[in-house]
Design a protein around this ligand. Structure first.
Ligand SMILES: Nc1nc2c(ncn2[C@@H]2O[C@H](COP(=O)(O)OP(=O)(O)OP(=O)(O)O)[C@@H](O)[C@H]2O)c(=O)[nH]1
Ligand SMILES: [Mg+2]
Length: 296
């Protein structure tokens, strides 16, 4: 039997979380078209007849401008020392820049095996993929190079085979029914944040956080969940609330559908919006939000 950890590391928006969800077959990580969506490490476990793979989704590697972002990038970097295989996820349809160079350099220092995962091939013509593949093959000591599409599922089976076979021999690390390390409460707060990301623009996606304040369960009553959406400035509050409360209503009703399907029961969401200046620099709040400090 094979078993071990495979991290998914890469630039923001490369499709790491989409890939994790696709592989484990459940939506355990939120996804958005805005960069810096994932803020903490997320485990997803998959069992195969030949063994068990523990996938580790990480925040995108970027130049951090706030304490929150330093924590995010540290979280991702730490996994380089903790896993058996590092899956470097790259958006193959995007042209290479300084950020990619930084990432590839970082990965050179790991003792783990490295696999290059070229994602979003559905966006590319084959003749455009070949030169990208050729170029990147020289930029690392790759155990394997696998083009995939997390969106369509193209070549994902092959990717899983490659990653599983790269792991050491060992017994499963988690019980067979274990899917993720994320508590239900975190998943719920993330579902609300996903809707905020989907429905808002400009700086708002970066400067909002969602906290679950209370989980109220009373005999014979609908489950009531109280949440706060934090923004950084007074001027951002009306954007999240919307004219006549339309935006917050839309966020709430879309999130409620997701939460109800996830918890498999009827839920009442009580969402408020609060201003917390410079929360991205606030260590205590970041701890509470689960954006892990370095010395966790
Ligand atoms: N066309 C296409 N889009 C994809 C694919 N994989 C992911 N996406 C899209 O790319 C965007 C980013 O996806 P995420 O999975 O959130 O990316 P990520 O790497 O986890 O991003 P961060 O958490 O911000 O680091 C979303 O809009 C996805 O729908 C793919 O294979 N093809
Ligand atoms: Mg992500």
């Amino acid at each position: 039997m094979k078993s071990g950890f495979v991290s998914l590391i890469g630039r923001p928006n490369a499709g790491k979380s989409s890939l994790l969800n696709r592989i484990v077959g459940e939506k355990i990580a939120i996804v958005s078209d805005k960069p810096q969506t994932t803020r903490h490490r997320i485990l997803g476990v998959k069992n195969y007849p030949e063994g068990q793979v523990v996938f580790v989704d990480t925040p995108g590697i970027h130049r951090p401008l706030h304490r929150m972002n330093v924590r995010m990038v540290d979280t991702a970097k730490e996994t380089l020392r903790e896993v058996d295989v590092v899956g470097v996820v790259i958006d193959a349809s995007e042209s290479a820049g300084q950020g990619l160079k930084y990432l590839l350099n970082l990965v050179k220092d790991t003792d783990a095996k490295t696999a290059l995962i070229l994602n979003k091939i559905d966006l590319m013509k084959k003749h455009r993929l070949l030169p990208v593949l050729d170029q990147l093959s020289k930029e690392g000591d790759w155990h394997a190079i696998v083009p995939v599409s997390a969106l369509t599922g193209d070549n994902i089976d092959h990717l899983e085979e490659v990653l599983l076979s790269a792991l050491p021999e060992g017994e499963p690390l988690y019980p067979p029914d274990y899917l993720t390390d994320q508590p239900e409460r975190t998943m719920v707060a993330e579902m609300i944040r996903e809707q905020v990301l989907r429905l808002t623009r400009d700086e708002l996606p970066f400067s909002t956080a969602v906290m679950l304040d209370k989980w109220e369960e009373e005999e014979g009553q609908m489950l009531r969940l109280y949440l706060t959406i934090f923004v950084e400035r007074d001027s951002q509050k009306p954007i999240v609330i919307g004219r006549g409360g339309e935006m917050i209503k839309e966020i709430g009703s879309a999130a409620r559908k997701e939460v109800q399907a996830f918890l498999n029961r009827k839920v009442f969401l009580d969402i408020r919006v609060a201003v917390k200046e410079e929360w991205r620099e606030n260590d205590r709040l970041l701890d509470e939000l689960g954006v892990r400090p370095k010395d966790r």
